[in-house]
Design a protein around this ligand. Structure first.
Ligand code: HEC
Length: 212
């Protein structure tokens, strides 16, 4: 998509292609093979989120748009895990939805909604995820380990749909009688929800999660 093949077999930039502001710097840094200077969450990443995201995603400001907060790290952690539903997949920027909504201007839920991060900021976020998306340089304690619970008992954030068709994002904790106990990502509170009020697929999901 970035280049069109000409008749003589050479490649030339496609004049209709979007400007390559994002791809070029990333490419360059790969080619130069500079040893990855580890990205520091507090120094490099937090300021970007604070400036561009806390307005709508902050526990301190009680703004939890879409159920996401990025200033409360215990909560933010719940969105970081290597599975299909986590917003951030450590080591896999290309599979991290968090990055997708930032990079892709055409995404329905492009973030920030009326703004665009600089390519420098995007590169820092990309590198941070590539390096494992940790808060302190050590291996991230993701939702799976933070409670000291067996991995299987605490799958990360998933989507749950009720009979009215409303979807929430929460982590499965356990089945409790006729209820499913979910952990809300915004405040890490556990909430019991009647299984019977969930869609069939979500009930099945809960039973699958609870299965030994
Ligand atoms: C002006 C308010 C606002 C700002 C600023 C903002 N967001 Fe959001 N964000 C929202 C809203 C509203 C939603 C829920 C959108 C929806 O579900 O349709 C959301 C949802 C999201 C989602 C989930 C997207 C999805 O597909 O479900 C992510 C990830 C996200 N924001 C990340 C960010 C990041 C990272 C930043 C900063 C770079 C940011 N947001 C800045 C309002 C904002």
């Amino acid at each position: 998509m970035l280049a069109k093949e000409k008749r003589d077999g050479t490649f030339s930039p496609d004049p209709n292609a979007p400007p390559m502001i994002l791809t070029r710097p990333v490419l360059l840094s790969c080619m130069l093979a500079i040893p990855a200077s580890a990205v520091d969450f507090k120094k490099d990443i937090q300021p970007i989120l604070e400036k561009n995201c806390y307005e709508c995603h902050s526990e301190a400001k009680k703004k939890r748009k879409g159920g996401f907060v990025f200033d409360d790290l215990e909560t933010f952690k719940l969105d970081i895990a290597d599975n299909d539903v986590a917003q951030i997949r450590p080591g896999k920027p290309a599979e991290s939805h968090f990055l997708e909504v930032i990079v892709n201007r055409d995404h329905d839920r492009h973030m920030p909604p009326d703004d665009q991060l600089s390519s420098g900021d995007i590169r820092k976020l990309t590198d941070w995820i590539k390096e494992g998306a940790t808060f302190d340089g050590t291996v991230a304690k993701t939702a799976a380990t933070v409670e000291g619970m067996p991995k299987k008992a605490l799958p990360p954030i998933m989507s749950w749909t009720n009979l009215e068709g409303k979807t929430i994002k929460a982590g499965f904790v356990r089945l409790d009688g006729e209820n499913v106990v979910l952990r809300m990502p915004a405040n890490a509170q556990e909430v019991a929800y009647p299984l019977a009020k969930l869609s069939e697929a979500s009930q099945k999901l809960a039973r699958d999660c609870a299965a030994p």
